[in-house]
Design a protein around this ligand. Structure first.
Ligand code: HEM
Length: 108
């Protein structure tokens, strides 16, 4: 991933195929992310969830992971098997209020 195993210190020089290098937020823009593990002993995985103010940040990171940006594929893709994916638009509370008014049951 781009850190030493024992003390978790980030490498000074990242390999071209490192995941941290291929999703560098200084390059693609900041995102908020969570990996949610799920499943049982026989069927399990992790669900990556990324939030960003612009969809392009996430799609650019995915393109980079796939090797479309530099020609080098993220090594993480050799150990993971993507099943599905989707983008969702989450409007701000302010824009929802401006568009459709207060949700039923909310205080004035
Ligand atoms: C199975 C899927 C994934 C796993 C297990 C995973 C795991 C990780 C890990 C372990 C790190 C390093 C955290 C650290 O050193 O502090 C990381 C960093 C990161 N990952 Fe992932 N990741 C996954 C998928 C993705 C995807 C699909 C994206 C983007 C679309 C993404 C974006 C990022 C970003 C932006 C960083 C931080 C890079 C930076 O340091 O600027 N990851 N990920």
């Amino acid at each position: 991933m781009g850190r030493t195993k024992l003390d978790s210190v980030e490498f000074e020089d990242l390999s071209d195929e490192s995941h941290v290098g291929s999703t560098d937020q200084e390059r693609f823009g900041e995102i908020f992310r969570r990996n949610m593990p799920y499943g049982t002993v026989t069927d399990h995985g992790t669900m990556f969830v990324g939030f960003a103010r612009a969809q392009r940040r996430l799609s650019a990171m995915l393109e980079s992971m796939a090797g479309l940006t530099t020609g080098t594929r993220d090594a993480l893709t050799r150990f993971t098997h993507p099943l599905t994916g989707a983008y969702y638009f989450v409007p701000s509370t302010g824009s929802v209020r401006a568009g459709i008014g207060d949700p039923p049951g909310s205080s004035p």
